[in-house]
Design a protein around this ligand. Structure first.
Ligand code: C2E
Ligand code: CA
Ligand code: CA
Length: 521
């Protein structure tokens, strides 16, 4: 027989047990020991004539699971004769089942709860424990895809596992910890247990564990205080992740808190992204022109500034979409579209006999990463048969500095081709002056706003004057933008600046309006 068996007579004495049972209790022949073990047990069984149950029993230093069936035996006249138990060892099957259950509810790689189980357990806790309010803390490794690409999936897995260990170790019992997706972890804990400073320190030490000279990762954490316990946990996690994504390259903190404004902004971003390509196709983006003029308001040319003529939302300023398009890498499509609009307009003017007015277009920092700027722009001027010097190119100094060596070469070849380069927002970046010795450009464009912001007006004016004369010495034209008052105009003229762009003369206006006002002179 593969099963263990024990028999007791009607007085509760053990009268027989087989080898399997003896082994279970490591007894030799003295079956009285078994009797001793079962006396009380037997007592509790006697209300039933038979019964099946599962029991864990220590065998040696192991815990093993048995399916036990209990039976009471009677003779023909219904006199009670004896009791017997049959033991079947189910340990392996039980372990397999538990393992499968574990596998179904936990993440393979880290052993933390998987997404579904995390959602379920979190929902249970926050809905049933009315004594505490909870928060969801979600973490996320910045640019984790890049880590995998640069260092391989194995290194990526190693980082994930280490992070999971640290999360397990640092979270007190009772916290629910799960791996939600790739490098995303979530912890649900009582709100008053969350301490910003402790969390910040443990993130920093977590980063330090990974980081070395050639390898840096950045862990960011979003926190969402659960208000509506009936909200799906997946939404709560989304909100915490949305918060974590707002941490850009601000190295002061790795923690951000969710609020409803954030959600609005994220939805706004998603809307822009989803509508963008269609809007390009439907030509909803319009080129506005803001004149660049002399002291008397006569236009040399204009800067092309984009507006989105949205079918539902009206005319949108670039403020609503440029940043979003830059972070998502869609900006080059808009810029190429705008360059083409400008080139088409210049070609139209050329045909009408106007070869005086130029148009300046903006080139975003990201364009240099995303497309071959030289190739695209030169083919546009060829296509529209215009002179390259009529299409001026505005590049911010931050864009130039991002990869100075490479960008210098691009700029040089564009200039050699005949384009005029304007350094936009000059003075707003970090290393303005130093950059001037490396980059050869044609125009310095200074924004008055930077100087308006200084507390010391006199110093600001001194700096402005110095930049204007420096530009002159370096053989560059200087344009001041953001000119709003005649006082500013007079001052700038005295300082030696001769080209202006600003609301004092005109806001950015539709092309037709520009043509009427500035080209019929
Ligand atoms: P920006 O290139 O520095 O453009 C100048 C901005 O200053 C424009 O804002 C213009 O309307 C505004 N401005 C001009 N004069 C004055 C003034 O006297 N006072 C004040 N307070 N503001 C003045 P806008 O059109 O809202 O554009 C904002 C930014 O969006 C631009 O700054 C540029 O960085 C970006 N942008 C606009 N169009 C494009 C585009 O086609 N491509 C790219 N990549 N960026 C663009
Ligand atoms: Ca500009
Ligand atoms: Ca500017």
């Amino acid at each position: 027989m593969n099963s263990g068996i024990i028999c007791f007579d009607n007085a509760g004495r053990c009268i027989y047990c087989n080898g399997i049972v003896k082994e279970m209790y490591s007894i030799n022949d003295n079956i009285n020991e078994v009797e001793h073990n079962y006396a009380s047990w037997l007592h509790t069984q006697t209300e039933h004539d038979n019964k099946k149950f599962r029991q864990t029993i220590s065998v040696g230093d192991e815990r093993r699971s048995f399916d036990i069936s209990y039976n009471r035996v009677y003779d023909d006249k219904h006199n009670f004769i004896c009791d017997y138990f049959i033991f079947n060892d189910r340990t392996e099957a039980v372990e397999l089942l538990e393992y499968e259950k574990f596998r179904a509810t936990h993440d393979n790689l880290t052993g933390l709860l998987n997404k579904e189980q995390f959602y379920e357990e979190t929902a249970n806790v926050v809905r049933n424990d009315r004594n505490h309010t909870y928060c969801l803390v979600c973490s996320n490794i910045k640019d984790f895809k890049l880590v995998n690409e640069l260092f391989g999936i194995e290194k990526g897995d190693e980082i994930i596992k280490m992070q999971a260990e640290l999360i397990k170790a640092s979270s007190e019992s009772g916290y629910i910890c799960g791996r939600i997706q790739n490098d995303r972890f979530a912890v649900c804990m009582p709100k008053d247990s969350f301490k910003n400073e402790i969390m910040q320190n443990s993130i920093v030490s977590m980063q330090d564990r990974f980081n070395n000279a050639s390898f840096k990762i950045r862990v960011v954490v979003g926190v969402y205080d659960i208000e509506d316990v009936d909200e799906p946990v997946s939404n709560m996690c989304d909100k915490a992740f949305i918060a974590s994504e707002t941490i850009k390259n601000n190295y002061e903190t790795n923690i951000a808190y969710y609020d409803d404004k954030l959600l609005k902004r994220t939805l706004e971003e998603r809307r822009v992204i989803s509508e963008f390509e269609g809007a390009i196709e439907k030509k909803e983006f319009k080129m506005f022109l803001q004149p660049q003029v002399n002291t008397h308001g006569k236009a040399y040319g204009a800067e092309a500034l984009v507006r989105w003529q949205h079918p539902e939302r009206g005319l949108l300023s670039p403020f609503f979409f440029i940043d979003i398009l830059e972070t998502t890498g869609l900006i080059y499509k808009l810029d190429m579209y705008m360059w083409e609009c400008a080139a088409a307009k210049l070609s139209e003017w050329k045909k009408k006999g106007d070869t005086v007015h130029y148009i300046s277009v903006n080139i975003s920092t990201k364009d240099f990463y995303l497309i071959d700027v030289y190739e695209v722009i030169t083919s546009i001027v060829k296509k529209y048969d215009i002179e390259p010097k009529m299409l001026k190119l505005e590049i911010t100094e931050t864009a130039l500095m991002s990869d100075l060596k490479k960008n210098m070469e691009v700029i040089k070849s564009l200039r050699d081709y005949g384009f005029k380069i304007e350094i936009d927002d000059f003075g707003s970046g970090y290393s303005s002056l130093n950059m001037l010795k490396d980059i050869s450009a044609d125009v310095l464009k200074i924004d008055m706003a930077f100087l308006r912001a200084t507390e010391n007006e006199v110093k600001g004016q001194d700096i402005l004057e110095t930049i204007i004369s420096l530009g002159g010495k370096l053989g560059m034209e200087v344009i001041t933008e953001g000119v709003e008052t005649d006082k500013q105009l007079i001052m700038l003229t005295e300082m030696g600046c001769h080209i202006f762009q600003g609301y004092y003369f005109s806001k950015p206006i539709p092309v037709e309006e520009f043509e009427q006002k500035y080209m019929n002179e």
